[in-house]
Ligand binder design. Structure first.
Ligand code: FAQ
Length: 315
């Protein structure tokens, strides 16, 4: 009997998805839909928060006050994105503390891209342009995700990411049009971030364990490879506009398919980084753990203050 009820609920649920009706926190949903969303949204939240580290590294070293103010604002935006996303995961019943502990214990994933170091100022340009550019490509379709709170959070996030992408492109434009040394710095940053940016979209469709089901549930609207291709198609002409060289000799316009072909991705490197063995994985997780430790007294003080106020109120 129970099984028949569940089947019926599942059918109704899928019909709603097929009719593009949003699923809201109190609506019935299959356990696996809830689990998938908690997984994806919390990984996304962690990515935003860990993503503050490679750029935070440059706030004190930005070349002038204007650059410093812009970078500071961008990094603060990422913190905000993390907060919306942790809240969205909470609407599904996730416990925020547990979610964050999972990041700190190395159990939870976050985007591979943030395990690469940011070595020069040009990396701030490359991260804004390529990493935020890839993030937008992936997140604009998430504004139409079937889960209401996630979709609505994405609308604001995408507006901000679009500002981030432009500030990165502006840095690259300045450097690419500057002295020879500056242009070389821009090219070097592009060389180092190009392949990791392509990997951000996730494994190839053949190796993506979640895509098929997530597409049926309209959590994902495109496959990883489709989004990666769209990114290559918009970014290659931008590289040409900057007067830089695409760091892949196989990139070539394919007249028949109406898109760029590109060379093979080093999936071994991707899985190594996802598995915790990238250049900065340890440093990133250690930094987040330390931030929690160092901020403990603030949380304790805030809790003590709230408790005191509540007991006064009830007295
Ligand atoms: N890194 O079956 P799929 C940003 C894992 S935000 C690490 O294809 P799915 C803003 C995946 O979790 C960037 N792990 O998985 C910013 C799964 O493992 P699991 C983050 C990855 O979920 C800019 C396994 O591989 N954006 O940049 C990665 O269907 C600048 C199999 O993969 C989001 O999180 C990866 N790149 O598709 C901040 C967007 N790719 O969980 C600061 C939301 C895959 O089974 C500065 N997320 N894996 O153990 C998504 O759209 C999807 O989750 C994908 C992966 C597309 C990332």
């Amino acid at each position: 009997m129970m099984e028949i009820d569940n089947k019926e609920l599942e059918n109704k649920f899928q019909q709603k998805i097929d009719r593009d009706i949003k699923i809201e926190p109190n609506d019935w949903m299959p356990d696996a839909y809830r689990t998938t969303l908690i997984r994806q949204i919390s990984q996304h939240a962690h990515s935003e928060v860990v993503g503050m580290l490679p750029e935070g590294n440059w706030i004190t070293r930005a070349p002038n006050l204007r650059r410093k103010a812009v970078l500071l604002a961008k990094v603060q935006d990422e913190a905000g994105h993390g907060l919306y996303l942790y809240s969205a995961a909470e609407t599904l019943g996730a416990d925020r503390e547990q979610t964050i502990d999972d990041l700190h214990s190395g159990k939870a994933k976050y985007s591979s891209i943030f395990n690469y170091p940011t070595l020069t100022w040009a990396d701030m340009g490359a991260v804004g342009w390529l990493v935020d550019g890839a993030a937008i490509m992936n997140q604009v379709p998430l504004c139409r995700c079937s889960y209401g709170p996630y979709a609505r959070a994405m609308i604001r996030v995408c507006k901000e990411e679009s500002f981030h992408q432009r500030q990165g492109f502006e840095i690259m434009t300045k450097l690419a049009g500057g002295a020879i040394e500056q242009k070389e710095m821009a090219q070097d940053a592009l060389n180092r971030f190009w392949w990791p940016a392509l990997m951000m979209f996730g494994p190839s469709d053949a190796d993506s364990s979640h895509t098929e089901q997530s597409m049926k549930w309209k959590i994902k609207r495109h496959t990883n490879d489709e989004l990666r291709q769209m990114f290559v198609d918009v970014t290659v002409p931008q590289i040409e506009t900057l007067g830089l060289t695409v760091p892949d000799p196989d990139v070539k316009w394919n007249e028949v398919k109406g898109r760029y072909d590109y060379g093979p991705i080093d999936w071994d490197e991707f899985w190594q980084v996802v598995g915790g063995n990238g250049p900065c994985n340890k440093e990133r997780v250690d930094a987040r753990r330390k931030a929690k430790e160092d901020g403990k007294w603030v949380v304790e003080a805030a809790m003590a203050f709230t408790n005191k106020r509540n007991s006064k109120k009830s007295a």
